[in-house]
Each structure stands twice: as structure tokens, then as C-alpha cells.
Design a protein. Structure first.
Length: 238
């Protein structure tokens, strides 16, 4: 009798332990399913940070429609599909902002934001800036309102030349900040706009209008001739 009771107790304990394990596994699966979207978002943000871009939804940064009280927001817009050129524009712009305007970036005077114009939360700004493809937009804010902005379409023409791209971006950001900066090279502007600058004059020469024309003088006439007529006939022999 005691053996049967012991066996029954063992069986009850076994089934109870099995039930507890199954419940724990079920709870773990539910918790994992709840955590999966958040883990995916974290992975995407870490990938963006590693490739040189900003974290679009990082904690402590303004949302898509939020702006600085006073300062400059450097927006990078992209779509759901991102090509290699799009990523290069993002990376080079972010690098210029972080390296050449480090003090203003750290103080919060300049903010870097990455937005997806295909997402509903970014649609209003994309419409305001007329953005339909990957691009950079500089927006100057006063009192929390966007007072002035500029879309930098030239980035597509300059992205293949990294030094020229950085010079152009520095000049545009400095201008939006109200600071003086060396202008972009004429060749760079021409490449961005499709126009070509006129060729420069050769060294040591002015324009064509500055070249003096030589004074023309008629050649010497032969003896006995007159201007405008043939020479005189020689005398006939006697």
C-alpha cells in the first residue's frame, strides 16, 4: 500500500512539473513575440549608426514634426528603397555635419534628422519641402517654427566627388547659419546645375576687346605710279 502511494505521489509530481515547464515555455514564447518588434527596431537603428547615418527615432531626439526652438535642422530624407548612392549622400552629409560643425552639433544648435518620406509621420514635412526622392534639406528655425529652408538638389551631382561634396555642404550650412564661407568652385557649381563656365583668358592676356588692332598702311608704290592706278609704261626705244 505504501509503495502504491509513493508511486502515485511520484506520478503526480512528474505531471505537475511537466505542466509547469509547458506553461513557462508558453509564456516565454509570448514574451519573445512581444519583444521581437522592438528588437528589430533596435537592430535597424544600430545598422544606421554603424553606416554613418543618424538614428531616426532615438531617445532624446525630436520627432519628425518637432523642431528646435532656435537653430538649424539638417534633414536627410529617404524612401523605403535605398540605393548605394542614397546611402552615400546620407553618410557624407552626416560626416560633414559631425566633423566640420562639431561644436554646434554637440551644443544642439545643429540637429541631424533622418526621415523616411514614405512613412505617414514624415509625409507633412516631405510635402512642405517638396521631397520625392532621397535628398538633404536645411531648415532654420526661430521660436520653434521653420523660418527658412533650402533643398540641396546638387548633392546628387557632387556625391561622386567627396571633397567637393564636403565643400558644398559646408558653404550651404554656413550660409544658413548666417556665416561667411568660401563659395563652391565654379566647376562644381556647373557640374551640379548642368552649366559650363566660360573659358578663362590665357595668362598675361586680357579679353579680346583689350587687344589693340595694328594700324594698316598701304604698301609702297613703284616709281612713277599713283595711288589707285597702274604703274606708268616705260619709254619706247627710238
Amino acid at each position: 500500500m505504501e509503495l502504491k502511494n509513493a508511486v502515485a505521489v511520484c506520478l503526480i509530481s512528474f505531471f505537475s512539473a511537466t505542466l509547469v515547464v509547458l506553461i513557462a515555455r508558453s509564456l516565454d514564447n509570448q514574451a519573445a513575440s512581444r519583444l521581437e518588434p522592438r528588437l528589430t527596431q533596435i537592430a535597424e537603428e544600430l545598422h544606421a549608426l554603424r553606416t554613418g547615418g543618424g538614428i531616426s527615432a532615438a531617445a532624446g531626439q525630436p520627432g519628425a514634426m518637432e523642431t528646435l526652438d532656435d537653430g538649424l535642422v539638417v534633414y536627410y530624407f529617404h524612401g523605403d528603397f535605398r540605393c548605394a548612392t542614397c546611402r552615400a549622400i546620407e553618410s557624407q552629409t552626416h560626416e560633414t555635419v559631425r566633423n566640420d560643425f562639431a561644436d554646434r552639433f554637440e551644443s544642439g544648435q545643429i540637429t541631424w534628422k533622418v526621415l523616411n518620406y514614405d512613412k505617414p509621420e514624415s509625409a507633412e514635412l516631405a510635402k512642405k519641402f517638396d521631397v520625392h526622392m532621397a535628398n538633404v534639406v536645411l531648415a532654420r528655425t526661430i521660436g520653434g517654427r521653420i523660418e527658412d529652408w533650402k533643398r540641396l538638389d546638387e548633392v546628387w551631382a557632387l556625391v561622386g566627388d567627396k571633397p567637393a561634396f564636403a565643400r558644398f555642404m559646408r558653404a550651404e550650412i554656413s550660409q544658413m547659419l548666417g556665416e561667411s564661407a568660401p563659395p563652391a568652385e565654379p566647376a562644381e557649381i556647373g557640374a551640379a546645375t548642368g552649366e559650363t563656365a566660360p573659358p578663362a583668358d590665357p595668362p598675361g592676356q586680357g579679353g579680346l576687346l583689350d587687344i589693340p588692332l595694328p594700324s594698316a598702311s598701304p604698301p609702297p608704290l613703284p616709281a612713277g605710279g599713283s595711288a589707285g592706278g597702274p604703274a606708268a609704261d616705260p619709254p619706247l626705244p627710238e
